[in-house]
Design a protein around this ligand. Structure first.
Ligand SMILES: C[S@@+](CC[C@H](N)C(=O)[O-])C[C@H]1O[C@@H](n2cnc3c(N)ncnc32)[C@H](O)[C@@H]1O
Length: 201
């Protein structure tokens, strides 16, 4: 029988103890240790940012000279002076792009996405929705990511993943995947790390 999620698992307990809003923070912490993503002074765009644990950690790492912008369709409680949040649906790419432009954000150093679709219970459907969300993030990254910047996207593996991955390989110089410890055992999620955009898909 698959393991049931319990909000009292060790990661959740640790997050509560350390003042983070979600257990997902340990995924970003591990990715950051492995990939050296976050540095002081960076501008970071976090897609699917609610309730805000990635923003909390990012705000600490980028410091007062950095800026983190979190987007989610769910409101995010205020975090810190160097964090702004936008309530929007990421698949409305034009609206997100024009909101960022209105906020005078023209370049970011790093794009993060921990977006997760509402689960339907049918894995193929959820996996396809996860790829649609990822494609929206990539469209936003294409406009705002500075040359040399990195993009980290959570994707569910499944039938459509290989074609999606091939497309990424053809359009980015450096493409790799990472599975992190805080991911639940039965989850098919994987983080795709992209660097060096070659051309639009
Ligand atoms: C796993 S949670 C992110 C947790 C976050 N990284 C943190 O550390 O607090 C996934 C988020 O994706 C958001 N999401 C899913 N689909 C979305 C969409 N189409 N547009 C914007 N946000 C979306 C959900 O509202 C949810 O907050």
């Amino acid at each position: 029988m698959p393991k049931r999620y319990t909000p009292n698992d060790a990661w959740s307990q640790r997050a509560a103890k350390e003042g983070y809003r979600a257990r997902s923070v340990y995924k970003l912490i591990e990715l950051n240790e492995r990939e050296r993503l976050l540095r002081p002074g960076m501008t970071v765009l976090d897609c699917g940012a609610a309730p805000g644990s990635w923003l909390q950690f990012t705000a600490q790492q980028i410091g007062p000279k950095g800026l983190a912008i979190g987007i989610d369709r769910t409101p995010i409680e205020p975090i810190a002076d160097n964090v702004r949040t936008i309530e929007a649906d990421i698949t409305d790419v034009d609206a997100v792009q024009s909101t960022l432009t209105t906020l005078e954000i023209d370049r970011v150093d790093l794009v993060l996405s921990d977006l997760a679709p509402n689960t339907s219970g049918v894995h193929d459907v959820d996996q396809w929705r996860s790829i649609e969300l990822s494609q929206a993030v990539i469209a936003i990254a294409e406009q705002f990511l500075r040359p040399g910047g990195a993009c980290v996207i959570k994707v569910l593996r499944g039938e459509d993943f290989d074609a999606f991955y091939r497309e990424l390989k053809a359009t980015w110089k450096d493409v790799k995947t990472a599975r992190v410890e805080a991911t639940r055992d039965r989850s098919t999620e994987v983080y795709v790390i992209l660097r060096g955009k070659i051309r639009a898909a």
